[in-house]
Design a protein around this ligand. Structure first.
Ligand SMILES: [Ca+2]
Ligand SMILES: [Ca+2]
Length: 232
């Protein structure tokens, strides 16, 4: 090595920082003070040192954690959290899942829609298409058509969504003028509405009109296209 030879080692001076020894045979180890950070390897040089960084770090002394989120690897609004030579996508609340929030979660998979409603997957949401007679986000509300007392003159009101009325032994107990409506398998497609069973004495022409509205036909109640024959 061609050193710059200083005859006598004098007190510390920048002039002699890199070669020491009477004959300049000692290369000062600039790595001795551990200048590199983040577990980088220090390579001693001539009046210099080099830091070989661990993956994920950069900078003169490997002081900088590279931003692995810079390329915006998380999709669909996922939140990127930078790590060391890595990142994690936080998909929470986006309606997506996967390492990069790339998969649209099927919110219908858990079966949120009730009463045989049809479920449509949306983004971070779902939509239930209810059969008539049901309501609510999940179609879990059976609309109580009889609650508003649509049947007049003390006529009995039977909701067509009442599954128990379709049981054969129950049908036999029903007033004869509504039996036809329930003497079959329950069907969600036909579960909307109600039927009225007129009280005796109200099957006549005038009172029959009051027994059920909006329409009546001859001696029958016409309820949501279900014709109910009135007992004579
Ligand atoms: Ca990083
Ligand atoms: Ca979805």
């Amino acid at each position: 090595m061609t050193g710059q030879c200083i005859e006598v080692l004098i007190e510390k001076s920048t002039f002699i920082t890199f070669i020491a020894g009477i004959n300049c045979e000692i290369n000062i180890d600039e790595c001795e003070s551990n200048p590199c950070v983040n577990n980088a390897t220090c390579v001693d040089g001539i009046n210099n040192y080099t830091c070989n960084c661990q993956l994920g770090f950069t900078g003169r002394i490997c002081e900088t954690n590279i931003d692995d989120c810079e390329g915006q690897p998380c999709l669909n609004g996922g939140n990127c959290v930078d790590g060391i030579n890595s990142y994690v996508c936080i998909c929470e609340g986006t309606g997506f899942e996967g390492d990069h929030c790339e998969f649209n979660i099927d919110e219908c998979a858990v079966g949120p829609c009730q009463n045989n409603a049809t479920c449509s997957d949306l983004i971070n949401d779902y939509n239930c298409t209810c059969f008539d007679g049901y309501g609510g986000k999940n179609c879990d509300q059976d609309i109580s058509e009889c609650m508003e007392r649509p049947c007049q003159n003390e006529a009995l009101c039977f909701e067509r969504s009442n599954m128990s009325l379709y049981a054969p032994d129950m049908v036999a107990e029903l007033p004869i003028d509504v039996r036809d409506v329930f003497d079959r398998e329950f069907s969600y497609a036909d579960a909307a509405g109600y039927v009225c069973s007129c009280m005796p004495g109200y099957e006549g022409k005038i009172s029959f009109r009051d027994c059920f509205s909006p329409e009546f036909v001859s001696m029958s109640c016409l309820v949501l296209n279900i014709q109910v024959t009135i007992v004579k």
